[in-house]
Design a protein around this ligand. Sequence first.
Ligand code: C2E
Ligand code: CA
Ligand code: CA
Ligand code: CA
Length: 273
Amino acid sequence: AKRQGRGCVRVFDESMDESIRFRRQIETGLSEAIAKGELKLVFQPIVGRDLDITGFEALIRWCSPEYGMVPPAMFIPIAEESQLIHELGDWVIDEAIVALKTWPGQYVSVNFSPRQFRRQNFVAHVVERVTSAGVDPGRFQIEITETAIFDNVERAAEILFKLRQMGFRIALDDFGTGYSSLYNIRRFALDCLKIDRSFVDGMGRERESAAIVHSVIHLGRALGMEVVAEGVETDTQLQALRLAGCSHMQGYFLSRPIDAEDAQMLAERGTLL
Ligand code: C2E
Ligand code: CA
Ligand code: CA
Ligand code: CA
């Protein structure tokens, strides 16, 4: 857009015009999607070394009759830029709890975007939703990224401390891709580190990735944290991670994200074996 004097903006780039229109369409569609029942959650198992199921990560899906399957990487950032993310996030919490209640003991791991995390009264809000549903906070894991922490470290520390005091599990997602990773580990009360899948992917090819994965596993263990390797796609990766002493794994090789019904069956069985 080009400025033409005060407050007047002329859009001259057609592709930009297109992308703005697209965004608006997604925004409008998304705000109706909840009411129309077009959103659903799928669940990807997180397994221990013996392939026992310890938890499931909840992942949102939007099946739009108009646009088809819209990936979350496309609509979450758009929701993030408006108030929509709060409505969406609350829907996710509630749905995750519904699923959780059908499982014998596993936890659900729920993604929170930076904007949700920065919401006023975030702690009170989450506590109220989870406890009023009669769910043990120890079975509810909050996944945040380092981006959520980054712009106000003091406030983040306070929030995470309170949540942990209430018994919630806290996971640091995409670990290794953000800023000041080691600082965050030292500063915050965390239960779980999720090693970003780019490192797992690189493990077999680059010495650097393999070294980082090994270090994070040792660090997590030394600090009493659970370490989840994300994006395990091959048996070779699985074996290498086991050998490195990794306690938990998640990825397509183990299981794709599955619907609530299948997750319930798997949870009851308790293992991928
Ligand atoms: P994420 O939190 O890092 O989630 C992991 C993503 O990796 C998921 O993609 C999952 O389906 C995918 N994945 C799992 N195993 C493998 C594997 O072995 N190989 C590969 N290549 N990918 C694997 P998905 O479901 O498309 O979600 C993408 C991102 O969207 C998530 O990344 C998360 O940042 C965001 N997201 C998803 N659901 C929610 C939600 O309910 N709330 C919020 N705020 N964000 C969400
Ligand atoms: Ca995640
Ligand atoms: Ca992740
Ligand atoms: Ca990610």
